[in-house]
Design a protein around this ligand. Structure first.
Ligand code: MN
Length: 326
């Protein structure tokens, strides 16, 4: 995957006293998305909110790409040839369309709207992702979770889970990881995490009790949203610091809204992220790249029509670790 990135824009909203925040509401930082072309002949473009200079992680969530709704006829859809991952988990969550997933564990799965597909890279996995021929519109998110040091070399794994929708105050919640509003996902995580899709009816508000040890991020897909009073536009990610036990999500638009709520306990380890790898040092990344190009660490993907993706060249300077922005 090519990772050419346009310059990131930071937006600060909600830091003045006249921003309409209710008294006592948490301060919300607004993280803007930047457009990133994923490469390929017709180059599907995603909107990336994590990582960025102003915020590298939210809990162990370390990567957030939001895409669509894209007419596949124009965008070319998704066709990502086999590529490796290490030190992380990937979450594919769709709003519309369908993606065929194949990995070196032997998994062959269809990723569909409202269904969690959680792939654990651990020491190493390879996978391909291709939108199916029947997909007219592709729309969803691709998220990564950093694995903590104690578990980052765990065995590769793939889990599928369909959360039961929960109805609450005119909202519809699908809790795919962690627990929220009485719903609990059975999917195991390596650090305390929350991941949920929240649909809101027009002109409605939802107040959620959340774990005060967590930090949270609300990614807006659609609608005029406020997070605890702070306005968020589509594709923006509103960040709420730890110490908050209540989040209020308001939909001010005349139609339904869709958001993704992410959360987790602050991830304090320094990580090195490059291409599709997460490690702890430059040397580990060099080794992972070498292993992908010449070894069998990541296994092979069967059934994909085409060659695996070659790793890009490493930068001339040593990769620097990044840590959580406080
Ligand atoms: Mn991948």
């Amino acid at each position: 995957m090519s990772r050419a990135e346009t310059k990131s824009t930071e937006v600060h909203r909600g830091t003045s006293s006249d921003d309409g925040r209710p008294a006592g509401a948490p301060q919300v930082e607004v993280l803007a998305a930047r457009d990133v072309p994923l490469g390929g002949p017709r180059a599907m473009t995603v909107r990336r909110t994590l990582p960025q200079r102003a915020r590298t992680l939210i809990g162990a969530w370390c990567f957030a790409d939001h895409y669509g709704p894209d007419a596949v006829e124009e965008s070319g859809g998704m066709d990502v040839a086999p590529h490796p991952h290490t030190g992380l988990q990937t979450v594919s969550w769709l709003f519309s369309g369908e993606i065929e997933h194949r990995d070196s564990l032997g998994s062959h799965a269809l990723v569909r709207p409202g269904e969690l597909n959680l792939m654990t890279g651990g020491h190493g996995i390879a996978h391909s992702e291709v939108s199916t021929p029947g997909t007219a519109v592709l729309h969803g998110v691709q998220l990564w979770v950093a694995l903590p040091d104690a578990h980052r070399n765990t065995a590769r794994d793939f889990q599928h889970h369909v959360p039961e929708p929960q109805l609450l105050d005119g909202a519809e919640l699908r809790v795919f990881l962690g627990c929220l509003a009485g719903a609990v996902s059975p999917v195991r995580t390596f650090t305390p995490l929350l991941g949920a899709e929240i649909l809101l009816a027009r002109h409605s508000a939802l107040t959620l009790t959340v774990d005060p040890h967590f930090e949270h991020g609300l990614l807006v897909d659609q609608g005029d949203i406020r997070l605890s009073g702070v306005p968020l536009r589509p594709a923006e990610l509103g960040y709420a610091h730890p110490g908050t036990d209540t989040l209020t999500i308001t939909n001010e638009s005349d139609g339904p809204a869709r958001t993704i709520l992410l959360g987790g306990t602050p991830f304090e380890e320094e990580i090195v992220m490059w291409w599709n790898f997460i490690g702890r040092s430059h040397e580990e990344i060099v080794q992972a790249r070498e292993d992908w190009m010449t070894g069998d660490r990541f296994g092979s993907v069967t059934g994909y029509d085409g060659e695996p993706l070659p790793a890009p060249e490493l930068p001339m300077v040593a990769l620097k670790p990044r840590r959580r922005v406080v």
